[in-house]
Design a binder for this molecule. Structure first.
Ligand SMILES: Cc1ncc(COP(=O)(O)O)c(C=O)c1O
Length: 417
C-alpha cells in the first residue's frame, strides 16, 4: 500500500459484476469501502478490486478474468503465485502448528539463513509488515544511540505509521517532530539536514528512488557512499528500507552491487513469497539496542510464514531467480519501448528491469498512464499507472508475449494516430 489518493465510491464500470457487488457490500461495512485501503484509489475505475486466484505469473479476478500479473501483490510474490515448494513448506509447518506459545524451531533456522544470506546482517528479528520493520529499525537506532532525530527522503514511502505515513489525517505535529528530510541522491541535502538539528539517530534510505507516481531513479553510488560515511562520522545508523526491493535485486541486500552496507535493514514483501512476514536485520553495533527495545505482536512468531521464508530463499537461490527476473524484465522493457517508439509516443521506462515503471511525457495527472493501464487490463495485463511494477521469476516467455500483446493494444488505445 503506497498511494495516498482516495477516489470517491460509486464509479464502478462493471455494474453487474461480482466485483461491483462486493464493493457495494464493502462500502457498508468497511470505512471508505476498499478505496481507503490498498492502492485501489488511484487505479482506473474499471479495475477489479477483488481477486480470486493466482498461479505462476497469472491471476484471476472474482469475475474470472485472467491477467498476466505485473504487480505481484505489490511485491510479496517473487517466485510466482502458489509456488509449490513454498506452499508445501508452509502447509507442512501449519499442519504441526502455526501460532503457538512460542516460535517454532524454524525461527532460528530462518534467522541463521538470513544472516548467511544478507551480507551486512549479524542478527535477525521478525514481525509481520514492512511498517513494523521500518518502525522497529528506527526504534532500535534511537535505543542504541540515545538520540531522537531521523532523516528520511522527501516523498519516500516507509509505511503506514504516524512517523512516516503520507496521509496527514490523524497524524499530529508531535508524531513528526524528530523527522528531518533530505532529497534522494543529493548528498549535500543530507549533510545540510544533518547539520540543521540535534544529533542524528538514523538516516533512512531506499535502495533506489521509487516514489509513487514519479519516474524512478537508481541510486548514485557516490550518494550511497556519502550517506554511509556521514553515518560513520556521526554515529547514526544507516537504515536501508529493503521492504520493496529485498530479494528482487540481490540476495545479499539491495546495495551489495554498489558495495555499501547498512547498519539496519527492513524487509517484508518478498521474503516469504506472499506469506505474512517481515524481518529486521542488523549488524553487531546495533545488537544491544535491538535486544533492549520492546517489540512483539500476537502473530509475529507464527511458524508457517517462517517455513515459507526458508523455502523462498532456497528457491530464489536454486532457481537463480534474480537473474531470471532481470532477463524477463529486459525483454519486457525492450518490447514496450519498441512499441512506444513505433507509434512515436514519448515515454519514460525507469527503474531496475525487475521493478519498472512507465510514464508518458507531459502526463501530469497520470491521465494517459491511467488510460494505458485500463486498456492493458482489459487486454489481459495487470499493471499500475502510479506505482512501480514487479516482475516475478515465474514469468515465462509466453507470459511476456501475452503482456506485450496487451501493452500493444494499450498503446493503440491511448494513441490516436
Ligand atoms: C519501501 C517500503 N517501505 C515500507 C513499506 C510498508 O510495508 P507494509 O505495507 O508491509 O507495512 C512499503 C510498502 O509498500 C514499501 O514499499
Amino acid at each position: 500500500m503506497t498511494d495516498q489518493l482516495v477516489r470517491p465510491a460509486g464509479r464502478d464500470e462493471r455494474p453487474r459484476s461480482v466485483d461491483a457487488g462486493l464493493r457495494r457490500r464493502a462500502r457498508a461495512v468497511i470505512p471508505g469501502g476498499m478505496y481507503g485501503h490498498q492502492s485501489a484509489g488511484p487505479l482506473p475505475p474499471e479495475y477489479p478490486q477483488f481477486m480470486r486466484a493466482g498461479r505462476g505469473a497469472r491471476i484471476w479476478d472474482v469475475d474470472g478474468n485472467e491477467y498476466v500479473d505485473l504487480m505481484c501483490s505489490y511485491g510479496p510474490v517473487v517466485l510466482g503465485h502458489q509456488h509449490q515448494a513454498v506452499e508445501a513448506a508452509a502447509a507442512a509447518q501449519a499442519q504441526l502448528a502455526d501460532c503457538q506459545n512460542g516460535p517454532g524451531a524454524v525461527m532460528v533456522e530462518l534467522a541463521e539463513l538470513l544472516v548467511r544470506t544478507v551480507e551486512h546482517a549479524d542478527w535477525a528479528m521478525f514481525a509481520k509488515n514492512g511498517t513494523d520493520a521500518t518502525t522497529t529499525c528506527v526504534t532500535i537506532a534511537r535505543a542504541q544511540t540515545g538520540r531522537d532525530r531521523i532523516l528520511v527522503a522527501t516523498g519516500a514511502y516507509h509505511g503506514a505509521a504516524p512517523w512516516c505515513t503520507p496521509r496527514p489525517a490523524g497524524v499530529t505535529a508531535a508524531d513528526r517532530v524528530n523527522i528531518g528530510q533530505y532529497t534522494y541522491n543529493d548528498l549535500a541535502s543530507v549533510v545540510a539536514a544533518a547539520q540543521s538539528g540535534p544529533e542524528l539517530a538514523a538516516i533512512v534510505v531506499s535502495p533506489f528512488k521509487h516514489d509513487a507516481g514519479y519516474d524512478q531513479e537508481l541510486v548514485d553510488p557516490a550518494f550511497a557512499r556519502g550517506v554511509r560515511e556521514l553515518c560513520d562520522q556521526t554515529g547514526a545508523a544507516l537504515i536501508l528500507d529493503d521492504v520493496r526491493c529485498g530479494f528482487r535485486l540481490h540476495l545479499g541486500g539491495s546495495w551489495e552491487p554498489i558495495g555499501v552496507r547498512p547498519d539496519l535493514s527492513a524487509w517484508s514483501k518478498a521474503i516469504a513469497n506472499g506469506h505474512p512476514l517481515a524481518a529486521v536485520l542488523g549488524n553487531d553495533r546495533f545488537r544491544d539496542g535491538a535486544s533492549r527495545i520492546f517489540v512483539t505482536g500476537s502473530f509475529w512468531f507464527s511458524a508457517a510464514p517462517m517455513a515459507a521464508a526458508v523455502a523462498t530463499i532456497g528457491a530464489l537461490r536454486a532457481q537463480d531467480a534474480i537473474a531470471a527476473m532481470d532477463r524477463t524484465g529486459d525483454r519486457l522493457r525492450s518490447g514496450i519501448l519498441a512499441q512506444a517508439a513505433a507509434r512515436g509516443i514519448e515515454v519514460s521506462y525507469t527503474g531496475p528491469a525487475a521493478m519498472p515503471y512507465l510514464t508518458f511525457a507531459g502526463d501530469r495527472n497520470h491521465e494517459q498512464a491511467s488510460a494505458f493501464a485500463a486498456a492493458a487490463m482489459r487486454n489481459g495485463a495487470y499493471l499500475h499507472p502510479r506505482h512501480n511494477w514487479f516482475i516475478s521469476a515465474a514469468m515465462t516467455q509466453a507470459d511476456v508475449d501475452r503482456a506485450l500483446a496487451a501493452t500493444e493494444a494499450a498503446f493503440a488505445a491511448v494513441h490516436a494516430p
